[in-house]
Design a protein around this ligand. Structure first.
Ligand code: NI
Length: 213
């Protein structure tokens, strides 16, 4: 291919299409795998009732019969949470392109560990940046403490230079929970399994494709 042809090719291909191709949008999703998922029998999760970014109360029972993809973090997080959510939600979007019917069964949830600053409005605005279906959840400090404990997530305040500029140190985990509310698998938030593939949503999509039936 000559330089001229290469340039023409890249000008002619709309960027959105090219981007979809580069993240593997043309690959079909893998089939669900047989056997017990990795978190089978683990004591993780449990019922909760929290306040959504929509201002309504949401009980875990409303997600019965569907999968949930649960990530804990906080909207003021300067680095880790936004990067994790970008990976996770790009992975979910990829799975949606590969297998819309199965992906529709996955409800992504973002639960804050910073209920003091993360009002319903704050979690709504934050969640909307990553996926149109990502539901941000907040609650009273007690409600958050309980749900975090149930999901084995710990967090603590790290004071900043002003009372409002504190950080939250927190466990960095994403869970796929099953239609019965039981834990299914950890979803890779980081890139540890595939060095050099920062931001690659394929790992997330592949893990979802393995377990969502
Ligand atoms: Ni964070």
């Amino acid at each position: 291919m000559t330089v001229w042809m290469t340039k023409t090719f890249f000008r002619a291909v709309p960027f959105a299409l090219l981007a979809a191709f580069l993240v593997g949008g043309c690959q079909p999703a893998g089939s669900p795998v047989a056997g017990d998922p990795p978190l089978t029998g683990a004591r993780i999760g449990g019922p909760f009732t929290l306040t959504g970014g929509d201002g309504k109360r949401h009980a875990s029972s409303e997600f019965a019969g569907r999968y949930t993809l649960v990530y804990f973090g906080y909207s003021y997080c300067p680095d880790v949470c936004p990067v994790d959510l970008l990976h996770l939600m790009n992975g979910l979007k990829l799975f949606e392109r590969q297998d819309p019917a199965r992906a529709a069964k996955v409800q992504p949830l973002f639960i804050t560990v910073d209920p003091e600053r993360d009002t319903p409005d704050a979690v709504a605005k934050f969640a909307a940046q990553f996926h149109p279906r990502l539901l941000g959840l907040t609650g009273t400090p007690d409600e958050i403490a309980r749900v975090a404990k149930a999901y084995l997530v710990s967090y603590r305040k790290v004071p900043g230079t002003t009372p409002d500029s504190y950080l939250m140190a927190h466990t960095q985990l994403a869970y796929l929970m099953g239609p019965d509310g039981q834990p299914v698998a950890l979803i890779p938030t980081d890139d540890v399994r595939s060095p050099g593939n920062e931001g690659d949503p394929k790992l997330v999509a592949a893990e979802l494709a393995k377990w969502v039936k």
